[in-house]
Design a protein. Structure first.
Length: 318
């Protein structure tokens, strides 16, 4: 109580209350390095919200999330999220993933993130502009990469209007040739169109389509879990050949009545396994009752089902 009284005694007087309609919907909090961009503050069901961080306090304690990372919510739905709801303090998930850049919607350099859990991993919001048709901020996270980049700026634009959108432009300069991984996390699997360089995501009240614009061909990888296995198609083909399964074929069965997006997941599995020479035939059973009956009778070779796990680790990255 004494601490609280002393704290209040050193605060400036609060400004007078103002109606919500008089407050700016978007604002940069430079002291902590956070920008909050909105269409409206009045009703989240009518809002598109972009939260962006580039903080002088680094990435430590409860501010562990990476510099130049962002979140996206729309019309009351979480679309692009921070994949860091930890199980318990000090667990492997906590120390090896929650504090890592790869758990955020941020950039990796040659598969490596920013300096983890450190006050030295600083950022700064260096530009801002708020207009009737758009809001714009830019963050500088160069210091957070510990010398792996000479420049790491991310520009974020929230486009307003009848069909809102978000534009993200990364300026990345490395001291030597490097590869970059642009991490995205969502509450469920993306539908991936690698040829068109597009992702799609559907939630009950909102959806998202991501279009990548790059002069170089991009590759996509989608995983679930905080320690995904390494991606090595050549090794997978070698192991299949050693097992005498070079021409492996099987049928994957789904039921949209059990899991609404199981068809999208099955199509993605089919495309991924095709890269190592495995042919996957897709089968759909409309009736959940028929699906369960055939599954229990051992009549399905492979299937996609949904069961409640003991611990849920949410998040997909590409």
């Amino acid at each position: 109580m004494l601490f609280r009284s002393l704290y209040r005694a050193n605060l400036s007087p609060l400004p007078p209350k103002r109606p919500l309609t008089e407050l700016p919907p978007s604002k940069v909090f430079h002291g902590i390095g956070v920008a909050s961009l909105h269409l409206t503050l009045a009703d989240s069901r009518e809002d598109v919200h972009v939260a962006f961080k580039s903080s002088p306090f680094g990435s430590q304690s409860h501010g562990h999330n990476a510099q130049n990372g962002f979140l996206l919510n729309a019309y009351g739905e979480a679309l692009l999220v921070a994949n860091t709801y930890r199980d318990l303090h000090g667990s492997k998930f906590h120390y090896q993933y929650v504090d890592a850049t790869r758990s955020q919607n941020a950039v990796l350099v040659d598969g490596q993130g920013q300096i983890p859990h450190s006050a030295a991993a600083t950022g700064s919001i260096v530009r801002e502009e708020f207009r009737s048709g758009y809001d714009y901020v830019a963050g500088d996270a160069t210091a957070a990469y510990g010398g792996r980049l000479r420049k790491a700026w991310r520009h974020v634009v929230l486009l307003k209007g009848a069909r809102p959108g978000v534009v993200i432009y990364d300026e990345l300069v490395a001291p030597k040739p490097a590869s970059y991984q642009f991490m995205l996390h969502a509450p469920r699997a993306f539908t991936v169109d690698e040829v068109a360089a597009r992702l799609k995501l559907e939630q009950p009240r909102a959806g998202l389509e991501v279009a990548y614009l790059s002069p170089e061909k991009l590759t996509f990888r989608q995983t679930d879990g905080f320690q995904p296995v390494s991606y090595n198609p050549a090794k997978a083909k070698e192991l299949l050949a050693a097992a005498g399964q070079s021409n492996l074929t099987f049928t994957l069965t789904t039921s949209p009545g059990i899991l609404s997006y199981s068809g999208d997941v099955a199509t993605y599995v089919q495309s991924q396994l095709a890269q190592i020479g495995v042919k996957v035939n897709l089968e759909t059973i409309a009736s959940p009752t028929d699906f369960e009956a055939r599954r229990k009778a051992g009549q399905l070779q492979a299937w996609i089902n949904v069961q409640r796990p003991a611990i849920v680790e949410i998040g997909r990255a590409h």
